[in-house]
Design a protein around this ligand. Structure first.
Ligand code: SAM
Length: 215
C-alpha cells in the first residue's frame, strides 16, 4: 500500500504497465535510475526494491515529493527526491535507466496547469508538451547502453516519440501496450477527441504504450 497525499496521481494502468517494463531491466547496487514525474514514487520504489542502488525521483509537485519521500522512508529505500521541471534538477548527471510516466493527455489549449491534480495529466493540445521535452532531454542523460522507458497514450502520438528518440541516436521499440477503458478525464473529453479525429465515434478506450529506447 502506498501513502498518497491529496492531489497526487494515484498509480494506475499506465504506472503498472511501465513497472512491468522496468522489472525486465537488470538493476543492481551500482545502477543509477532516474524517475521523471514520480508522483507517489511508485516506480522509484519498484526500482529500489529490484536492487537499484541509486534512485532519483523528480517531480514538480511538492505534495508528490512529500508522498514519495514518505513511501521511501516507510520501506527504508534510499530514494533521492528532487523538485523541479523534468530533468532540470539532475542536469549533467548520467543514468543507467530513466523511467517516466509524464502527463500526456491532449487538452483544449496549450496552457499547462500550474497547480492541482490536472498537472498530472494535462499536456497541451497534442498531449506532447512534456513528452517532447523528455524525448529531447533524456537521451543525453543516458549512459552508454542506458535505457529510457516512457509511458504514453496512443492519443498523443507514439510515432512522434519514436522519431524524436531515433533522431537522438537511440534504438526504439514498443515494450508493451494495453487497451484500457476511458476514465473520468478522458470520458469528459471524448467529444473533443472525436471532433479532432483522435478517436472513432463512440470509441471509449485508449491504448497505453510503453516505449523502450536504448542508447
Ligand atoms: C501521470 S503522473 C505519473 C506519476 C507516477 N510516475 C505514476 O506513474 O504513477 C505525472 C506526474 O508528473 C508530474 N509533473 C507534471 N509536470 C511536471 C514537470 N514539468 N516536471 C516534473 N514533474 C511534472 C505531476 O506532478 C505528476 O506527479
Amino acid at each position: 500500500m502506498l501513502v498518497r497525499l491529496p492531489g497526487v496521481y494515484p498509480p494506475q494502468e499506465d504506472t503498472w504497465l511501465l513497472a512491468g517494463a522496468l522489472a525486465r531491466e537488470t538493476l543492481g547496487p551500482h545502477s543509477h535510475v532516474l524517475d521523471i514525474c514520480t508522483g507517489t514514487g511508485a516506480l522509484s520504489l519498484r526500482a529500489a526494491a529490484a536492487g537499484a542502488g541509486h534512485v532519483t525521483a523528480v517531480d514538480i509537485s511538492r505534495r508528490a515529493l512529500a508522498t514519495t519521500w514518505i513511501n521511501a522512508r516507510l520501506r527504508r529505500h534510499p530514494v533521492r527526491v528532487m523538485r523541479g521541471n523534468l530533468t532540470e534538477p539532475v542536469r549533467g548527471q548520467l543514468f543507467d535507466v530513466i523511467v517516466s510516466n509524464p502527463p500526456y493527455v491532449p487538452t483544449l489549449d496549450d496552457v499547462l496547469p500550474t497547480r492541482g491534480v490536472e498537472r498530472a495529466w494535462d499536456a497541451g493540445v497534442d498531449g506532447r508538451m512534456l513528452l517532447d521535452r523528455i524525448c529531447v532531454q533524456a537521451p543525453a542523460m543516458l549512459m552508454q547502453s542506458g535505457v529510457l522507458l516512457i509511458a504514453q497514450s496512443a492519443l498523443s502520438g507514439v510515432e512522434k516519440t519514436q522519431t524524436i528518440l531515433e533522431e537522438q541516436g537511440l534504438s526504439v521499440e514498443i515494450a508493451d501496450r494495453a487497451e484500457i477503458p476511458f476514465g473520468r478525464v478522458l470520458s469528459s473529453r471524448a467529444t473533443l477527441f472525436e471532433t479532432r479525429g483522435l478517436i472513432d465515434t463512440g470509441q471509449r478506450t485508449e491504448e497505453i504504450v510503453v516505449i523502450r529506447a536504448v542508447r
